[in-house]
Design a protein around this ligand. Structure first.
Ligand code: HEC
Length: 241
């Protein structure tokens, strides 16, 4: 084996053990969800698609992307690592940690609002934002359905605070912050995101253009409307608006 290869191997091992450490946390007893399939929500029906209503929180549009970027990424609750035996890669697996209509018995939520070292995602990874926690709680209180909606995005809204940052927090930030720098790329602040927007990588990756890694990694492609919002924000000068 050449020196360089050995070096690569040790870097890989280091990175690997880092992930194992950061994703570990102690749980009192076993983690078990009370997925209650009989109460309507949480049943393993195929995804139900409707037109978006602002009153409803949707699993596919809003909850799954948060989990993809903050919980089920490589090294944590993905199918390979299954940190603490927990895999959060599909609705069927996620609902095991949810009691529909019952927030306080839903580990998916209660693990994320802890203020001690057991919080998920574990420090130094960023905590979920208030907006994300609100979405998860609303989804659980509405029955934690396997639901999806279409038509909820408006291309005339393309401000940083109203569109780009919310999308980025949901789909990207969990894998792109100082504690988890996917591809060495930080998207956790306006300034760092702007760098990737200005060099063309941000748009190239979400458009799945050739020559770029397709993002969000492990998730579905963003909708055309979401991509258009980012594109318009970039064209308008990437303001912190
Ligand atoms: C599950 C983790 C994960 C998620 C979610 C994720 N990324 Fe990535 N990203 C990575 C990793 C890891 C890389 C390094 C390349 C690779 O391994 O695919 C990367 C690479 C990139 C790159 C560099 C692309 C290039 O061609 O050089 C950009 C830009 C990027 N991501 C943007 C985003 C954006 C924008 C989102 C949200 C829409 C996102 N990522 C969501 C993990 C993730």
């Amino acid at each position: 084996m050449k020196w360089q290869n050995i070096n690569h191997l040790s870097v890989a091992l280091l990175v690997g053990s880092f992930f194992i450490i950061t994703c570990k946390h102690e749980l009192p007893g076993s983690i078990s969800g009370g997925g209650d399939a009989s109460s309507g929500g949480g049943s393993l029906l195929p995804t139900q698609t409707t037109n978006c209503s602002t009153d409803t929180t949707y699993f596919v549009n809003e909850i799954q992307p948060i989990i993809n970027s903050s919980c089920s990424m490589s090294g944590c609750h993905d199918a390979v690592t299954r940190a603490e035996g927990v895999e959060l890669t599909s609705y069927a697996k996620i609902i095991r940690y949810v009691s529909p209509f019952n927030l306080s018995s839903s580990k998916l939520y209660t693990e994320c609002i802890k203020t001690n070292n057991d919080r998920m995602p574990p420090a130094p990874m960023p905590a979920l934002t208030l907006l994300q926690l609100t979405k998860i709680s609303k989804w659980i209180n509405q029955g934690a359905f396997n639901n999806q909606c279409t038509g909820g995005c408006d291309t005339t809204n393309f401000t940083y605070s109203g569109a780009v940052r919310i999308m980025n927090d949901t789909y990207c930030k969990g894998c792109h912050n100082p504690a988890s720098l996917g591809g060495g790329i930080d998207l956790s602040t306006y300034a760092s995101l702007k760098v990737q927007a200005a060099n063309g990588k941000y748009l190239g990756s979400i458009k799945h253009s050739s020559g770029f890694f397709a993002m969000p990694k492990g998730g579905s492609k963003l909708s055309d409307c979401q991509i258009r919002q980012v594109e318009k924000w970039i064209q308008a000068g990437m303001q912190n608006n």
